[in-house]
Design a protein around this ligand. Structure first.
Ligand SMILES: Nc1nc2c(ncn2[C@@H]2O[C@H](COP(=O)(O)OP(=O)(O)OP(=O)(O)O)[C@@H](O)[C@H]2O)c(=O)[nH]1
Ligand SMILES: [Mg+2]
Ligand SMILES: [Zn+2]
Length: 302
């Protein structure tokens, strides 16, 4: 693209913090610039700009500009679409809506494969009956995932969450209605994110958050609120890679007879044996098999 005379000197670097209604909002210090995307990105030839991207902007007039370049990313997630994220807080509710563990496992694979550190957050702990920790939560804790149990109604786990967020860029992801926006409002009063009721009939969220937005935290770091999702495609990967994103397979994997064992039909598979012996949880293994089929089908398409 030809720059007008003098334009090059005005080019600046900023952070894309919100994409909404076809516009891209870039922060340069405290200034907010409303930007369009250079044609090449819109045509899908280059990498599309994601919230969290460091971008190079050419001013057009006033506080409007054009994003001409997306700088190299540290990490990228496409669901929700965010770049340069350190940590994904995967939020599920104890109830309303009921937790969907297949979806949780999907997101864990997605985060691990993108090198984004996952944190599992169980919100609406006030709806747990008898103060009993959900069985499934114990399993995830045993696997080694960081777990935080929260309630925005009873001020539970919020300080722990604040500490986990400090100094990092984190995305809040999970189904609609689990309380992602409510949690962020509770972590930092003043964010004033819109929250929505749960539908009485379906006990589901109503997709209140419609866009992805990067928000600065007073104690340092950034958080991204994102719209809820109810399904998730796995990222493209080789079939052998999938098992690496199930941390509890690791100690057994080395004992499998075959190198590159997929822990499916192979004989003398230590992972399968561990499942039979109850050392690896059955549901997790079933999710692994479901994902494996998807990854293999995906491989065929590319
Ligand atoms: N009982 C209980 N309800 C909560 C808690 N946190 C949030 N809620 C309620 O859950 C509903 C949904 O909250 P939101 O924060 O809008 O949920 P969300 O995950 O942002 O949903 P989307 O933006 O649609 O993805 C609201 O009615 C909240 O008041 C909690 O800790 N306990
Ligand atoms: Mg929300
Ligand atoms: Zn095996």
């Amino acid at each position: 693209m030809q720059l007008n005379q003098g334009e090059s000197s005005l080019v600046f670097e900023g952070v894309l913090f919100k994409a909404y209604g076809g516009f891209y909002y870039v922060k340069k210090g405290e200034e907010i610039w409303e930007c369009s995307l250079r044609g090449k990105f819109r045509l899908g030839k280059g990498t599309p700009a994601l919230v969290g991207d460091r971008v190079r902007v050419t001013p057009v007039r006033g506080n409007t500009g054009r994003i001409d370049e997306v700088l190299p990313r540290k990490t990228e997630l496409f669901r929700p679409p965010v770049a340069n994220i350190d940590q994904a807080v995967i939020v599920f509710a104890a109830k309303n809506p009921e937790p969907n563990l297949a979806l949780l496992d999907r997101f864990l694979v997605l985060a691990e494969s993108a090198d984004v550190a996952p944190v599992v957050c169980l919100n609406k702990a006030d709806l747990l009956t008898g103060h009993r920790e959900h069985e499934w939560l114990k399993l995830y804790r045993r696997i080694g995932y960081p777990i935080v149990i929260t309630s925005t109604k009873q001020d539970q786990g919020l300080e722990e969450l604040r500490e986990l967020l400090m100094g990092k860029t984190s995305v809040f992801a999970g189904p609609s209605g689990v309380g992602k926006s409510s949690l962020l409002n509770a972590v930092q009063p003043g964010l004033e994110l819109k929250t929505g009721e749960i539908s009485n009939k379906l006990k589901r969220g109503k997709h209140t958050t419609r866009h992805v937005e990067l928000l600065p935290l007073l104690r340092g770091g950034f958080v991204v609120d994102s719209p809820g999702f109810s399904s998730l495609d796995l990222p493209q990967m080789e079939r052998v890679e999938l098992g690496y994103h199930f941390p509890e397979f690791e100690v057994f994997r080395e004992e499998c007879k075959f190198n590159g064992c997929l822990h499916h039909h192979e004989p003398q598979c230590a992972v399968k044996l561990a499942v039979e012996q109850g050392l690896i949880q059955q549901d997790r293994y079933q999710h692994y098999l479901t994902f494996l089929q998807e990854v293999i089908e995906q491989e065929r398409r590319y």
